[in-house]
Structures are given as C-alpha cells and as structure tokens.
Design a binder for this molecule. Sequence first.
Ligand code: PLP
Ligand SMILES: N[C@@H](CCOP(=O)(O)O)C(=O)O
Length: 462
Amino acid sequence: MRYISTRGSAPVLSFEEAMLTGLARDGGLYVPETIPTLTADQIAAMQGQSYEDVAFTVMRPFIGDTFTDDEFRDLIAKAYATFGHAARAPMVQLAPNHFLLELFHGPTLAFKDFAMQLIGQMFQLALGRKGERVTIVGATSGDTGSAAIEAFRGLDNVDVFILYPHGRVSDVQRRQMTTPTESNVHALAVDGDFDDCQARLKDMFNDFEFRDGVRLAGVNSINWGRVLAQVVYYFTAATSLGAPLREVSFTVPTGNFGDIFAGYIAKRMGLPIKELVVATNQNDILDRCLKGQGYHKGTVHASISPSMDIQVSSNFERALFDAYDRDGNAVAQLMSELGQGGFDVSQGAMQALQDIYTSGRASEAETTQTITDALATTGELLCPHSAVGVKVAQELRDEATPMITLATAHPAKFPDAVEDATGIRPPLPRRMADLFERDERLTRVANDLEALKTHINGVLNT
Ligand SMILES: Cc1ncc(COP(=O)(O)O)c(C=O)c1O
Ligand SMILES: N[C@@H](CCOP(=O)(O)O)C(=O)O
C-alpha cells in the first residue's frame, strides 16, 4: 500500500513513512493510493466479533509490511486494553431506529482515544526498532491534545508539544493537558483560536529547516493513521445493526472533518452506508459549503461545543481531492485561494461531495435544548458536541433507515454546558476525580511561528 499527497507533488510513501512524516512536503495530506475493499462475507463475519478483531480486519490492508500480523494484533490489543467498556464503542438506543455510538470510554473521555492510543503504540514500536527520536507537535481545540499527551506521556523516544487556544478549551480539557508530570510533554497556550494553532503547526511542517532539525512528527488527523483507526467503529456499529444486509446512516459532529472522512473510507471499503451527515455547530462553514455556498472563512465564534470551533477544516482537503478526481494541482490551487479567504467548488466536485455527504447545523440554543430533551426522553446525558449530532440527525434522518449518531465526548468534559441544560453536573470518572487538585504546568506563547520555534528549540536543547 502506497500513500500519495493531496497536492500531488510530494514523495510517495509507505504506511510507516506516512505515519511518521505527518504533513506531506508539498503541504498536502497523505491518502492511500487505492482504497481496499472488504467482501460482504468479511463484513458479515464481523457481527459478534470483538472490537479488536474487527480492527485488525479493517486496518490490516492499509499497513503494508510496517508490522507483522502478530505485531499488529498485539498493538491493537494494548491500545484498547485501556478502555473502560468491554465493547470499546457501545451503542444505546435514543428512539426507534436512532442510536448513539458512545465513543468516550477511552482514557481521556473522547473519540480521539480510539486512534491516539493505537498511534502511541505504533510510534513506539516503529521508532524503537529504528532507534529514532521525534518531536511531536499537535494543535488542539481540546480533545486531540489531551488524548495525545495521555498516549505519549513518559515515552522515551518522543517529545510532545501541544498548542491549544488560550481560554477556549474547557477546564477539564485544559487540566488533562496541563497536569501530567512527565517531562516529555508540554502544553502551550497560544494567544489565538484553534485555526491559528493548526496554521502554526502547518507552518512548522512547511519550514523544512525546523522540521528536519527537530525531526517533526504529527498526530493530528494530518496523520493518516488517525483517520484509519477511526474507520473501525463504523464497521462495529453498522454490523451490530445488520450490515451488510441492512443499510445504515451516520451523523457525525464535525470540525476538522477527520471522523466523517473515516466514515467515507468505511463506505468506500464496502460498508453499506446510506447517508453520511456532517453536523456542525454555529461555526457552520462546512454546512454552508456542502449546501453549495462555497468555502469562505468568516469569524470563529466561541461555542458551548468548543472542540468544533473550527473554520479551516483540515481533512476537507482529503474530501476535495476525491471530489476533484484526485487532481493534486486543483487541490493546491483551492488551498492557495483558502489562504486568501476562501474558494468556490466547481459544479462537478460539488455534485460529487453532495453524492456522499449531507449536512446540517445546530445553534447554541438548539444544542442546549437537545441536551435537556435527551435526558428527559432517554435518560442519556449528552456532551454538547454529541448534542449537535443528535439535533441534526433528528432533523435529517429518514425513519426507515437506522441512524447512528456519534457521541464524541463524555458529558463530564463539558460540565458547564451540561449543567446549564439539565441542572446536573456530570462527575468525572473516579480515576480522574482529583483532576482539579493537581498542579498545572503550561506556557503562554504568542500566535507566532518564530516564538513557537524558539520555545520548542529551547526546551529540546535543555
Ligand atoms: C468532542 C469532539 N467532537 C467532534 C469533533 C470533530 O471531529 P473532527 O475534527 O474529526 O471533525 C471534535 C474534534 O475533533 C471533538 O473533540
Ligand atoms: N477537535 C479537535 C481538533 C483537531 O482535530 P484532529 O482530528 O485533526 O486532531 C481537537 O479536539 O483537538
């Protein structure tokens, strides 16, 4: 399996190289050259299998010879042993034919753990046997950062720097990043929003002297391994409801487009998915674009679902690459226009996107009301991101097709929004009950490439 860049002019890489490289050297994102498919029999056989067995079947065709089968099974087993639910991704029913896929039973209580725990294992094995050390820099609106710090804390061959927007993540998210004591992890509070953090991260990748000097690696969904690990739960969820004999639909609370893109990959692999619904909060650039209004940046407004306060949705580039028939030059042109404020999507590409994705948005008031109503009608406490998904799914689903809405975070990560909606302040699980008593360690850094590089180099050289 070979990996190519969405901008068409970076070296073609193996899975291991793409995983350790992060952003392609032409500024694009790596994608598999071809998407492997599974037969209906292979998919049917997943019914009743463990999450780990399904994970092996789904991901194996993508990893080439990076790991042997035994190694890969072992990495998967270790990755999900940290989860607090035997099913790893259990489902509950919200209404007739409407299900909630709970993706928050990992160590940091968000769906990011599914990929990050596995990436941590894969990096450790790959780097250990090469005898190499890397510097991971990540950008986060709250959940990727905490999941990355949890997955890499204390590991010998990595230093981790996480850029988060100062004052724009929940207290729980911030403390998950700032309270670990291991000296290889560093939380950097950037004076800007998530888009600024992600832009500075990409600037670092595009600064080859810095990139090569620190041996930069990425664990955002820039990294194909992140997207790949998220494909698995689409299979476990759909097969538990009767796939491949029965079609299902998914609604995905969306920001950086990694999770919904994983759903698209599942569909391309042969999973019968009828609708893939992109659910956005009030920062609805993706909803507007998918409704044919072009992709034009405005102002990001802080919301009660802060992890989705994103305008420059990184993985949308991967969706555009396929919509433009894998024309890297066309994608490079669009991304250059995005740098100037935005772009319009050609008619053919728009049709291709609309054939795959539908979309909706939830306002702040609708999100709060959905949390209130879900508790009253189902007893389920939703985090605000999951509530955005449930609200949009309720509006757009057809009642004949099972709809699976992804619950992307635990309500206890966003206790203020949940308490406002329900009067209930969800407690943290016992293992992190003392989170608010731990000391915090963070550095405030300007939204400036040179300041960030100087800080990172300074830490690495002490
Ligand atoms: C809780 C939560 N829900 C939804 C999202 C959006 O996911 P994606 O960025 O993959 O679209 C995020 C951030 O990634 C998140 O942290
Ligand atoms: N919502 C994310 C934003 C980064 O997304 P990623 O999937 O590219 O890592 C977060 O919580 O940080």
